[in-house]
Design a protein around this ligand. Structure first.
Ligand SMILES: O=P(O)(O)OC[C@H]1O[C@H](OP(=O)(O)OP(=O)(O)O)[C@H](O)[C@@H]1O
Ligand SMILES: O=c1cc[nH]c(=O)[nH]1
Length: 176
């Protein structure tokens, strides 16, 4: 059973609010870089960048991290190789990085993303932006910018759809 929690208009508003918060909290956009976790985190980062262009008339670089193959049970050598392959294509040292993902659940994806980022340089700051915080963290990771707090049962799943790859913008809770 699926229940829609956020429709296209709600998602657009949430992403716009996150954009305003990122500008406000950082007192502007100096040295700002957005890094999206593939797949939907990247589209979210691109939408935030498009909002920033409209609001502040700035071109903010957007990088992509693919950590879908990352697993806790990989050897340290395999992890190091995988993280090393995540070249963003631009310098992050001394930059103000906002790491972006669609859903924050256990926090393990973000932990891997932080490893991948730190392997590439030393940002002056890393903030975390997520469209949905559904709770149930297994690591001490807390988002700085949240589109929607959606309390869930562990047996449920949050399904984010984005028009770039899905046929609509929508957030649903699936399950039980
Ligand atoms: O906090 P966590 O427990 O790590 O869960 C959050 C991650 O789970 C989802 O990715 P998923 O692995 O389902 O792949 P997808 O993005 O391709 O759907 C989501 O996009 C987050 O990246
Ligand atoms: O509910 C969840 C948990 C992890 N990732 C998702 O996309 N949804």
């Amino acid at each position: 059973m699926a229940k829609q929690i956020v429709d296209a208009i709600g998602m657009k508003r949430a992403i716009m609010r996150m954009t305003y918060e990122i500008v406000e909290r950082n007192k502007g956009t100096d040295d700002l870089i957005l890094v999206g976790i593939k797949t939907r985190g990247l589209y979210l980062a691109q939408r935030i960048a498009a909002n920033l262009k409209r609001l502040e008339d700035v071109e903010i670089p957007v990088g992509a991290l693919d950590i879908s193959k990352y697993r806790d049970d990989l050897s340290d050598t395999e992890k190091a190789r995988m993280i090393h392959e995540q070249q963003l294509g631009f310098e992050i040292t001394d930059k103000n990085v906002v790491l972006v993902d669609d859903v924050l659940y256990t926090g393990r994806t973000i932990r891997a993303g932080l490893d991948a980022l730190m392997d590439q340089g030393r940002p002056s700051k890393i903030n975390l932006a997520v469209l949905v915080d559904r709770g149930h963290r297994e690591l001490p990771i807390r988002p700085d910018f949240i589109g929607k707090n959606i309390p869930t049962a562990q047996t449920e799943e949050v399904k984010v759809e984005m028009s770039e790859i899905d046929n609509q913008d929508s957030i649903e809770i699936v399950g039980d």
